[in-house]
Ligand binder design. Structure first.
Ligand SMILES: [Zn+2]
Length: 278
């Protein structure tokens, strides 16, 4: 496999917050180092359903995950499995739902909290967190700097072909504080500042990088339905490929086949959406 790619998913960040508050990402758009498009999530615009669609390239109506209380090992082929089939090495730093969807379920807190399984058909190097006890007054999220560092560590020690990072910090902040407030301004500002130096390091190590969200959030911090605030996020791409026109809207189902195409891995027959990077 030639290319290497990292997918960074910041949970629950609506389109308007990306373009308004992520100054480093927007600065790289201005300098020509990154491109940005609007991305529309699948329906329901619920976290678990979106994670499953991001990695399988099929809609919830097909993969069958109806929401956060319906997490199980999925039957469809996904990005991890296809990269492995092509001989690549995969890693994930994410909520434990990702391990359950794409490796094994139910999640065993001790067995699955971290693993290094070179022979795995899906995730070789996993570092997970469960957010057990999550609620409005206690987010139970790790520091994003720690998560970014963990992914970087996996890349540098295990030479990942494909790495996926997912963090719930901003989704939790949105549910708690909503969006027109100092707390959210600061949270997005901090995320952008924490991410930026790692992004530079990943690019210097030869990775293409996609930064996006699983879904947006509306003014009350809600998501799940068809409201554009709930469905629409941004997608930033760092790499040499050509993308669509700047006003095109990317369908979330295009992510899986596009990532595989960038990596030179086989696109599963079930992934029918067109690729957006060529
Ligand atoms: Zn989410």
């Amino acid at each position: 496999m030639g290319n290497k790619l990292l997918l960074i998913i910041l949970d629950g960040v609506p389109w308007r917050n990306w373009r308004r508050l992520f100054g480093n990402l927007e600065g790289w758009v201005d300098s020509g180092d990154a491109r940005v498009w609007k991305l529309r999530s699948v329906l329901p615009s619920t976290s678990a359903s979106c994670y499953a669609s991001i990695h399988t390239g099929v809609a919830p109506a097909e993969h069958g995950c109806t929401g956060n209380h319906d997490v199980h090992r999925l039957k469809h082929k996904d990005v991890f499995a296809q990269v492995r089939a092509a001989g690549g090495v995969t890693g994930a730093v994410a909520h434990s739902f990702w391990s359950e969807f794409f490796n094994r379920a139910p999640f065993d807190l001790v067995r699955d909290i971290e693993y290094d399984e070179p022979a795995s058909d899906t995730i070789n190097h996993g570092r997970f967190h469960t957010m057990t006890g999550y609620g409005l007054v206690n987010q139970m999220t790790p520091s994003d700097a720690d998560l970014f560092a963990t992914l970087t560590r996996l890349c540098e020690v295990h030479d990942l072909t494909y790495g996926m990072l997912h963090t719930c910090t901003l989704d939790s902040m949105g549910h708690r504080f909503f969006h027109d407030c100092q707390e959210m301004d600061h949270a997005c500002f901090m995320m952008d500042e924490m991410l930026a130096p790692f992004l530079t390091r990943w690019r210097e190590a030869g990775y293409e990088v996609i930064v996006t969200a699983d879904h947006g959030q509306d003014a009350r911090g809600h998501h799940g339905g068809r409201d554009p605030l709930q469905q629409e996020a941004a997608l930033y791409y760092f790499g040499p490929a050509k993308g669509p026109a700047k006003d095109d809207v990317i369908d979330q189902l295009q992510l899986a086949p596009t990532i595989l195409s960038r990596l030179g891995a086989p696109i599963a027959d079930t992934m029918k959406a067109p690729i957006f990077l060529t």
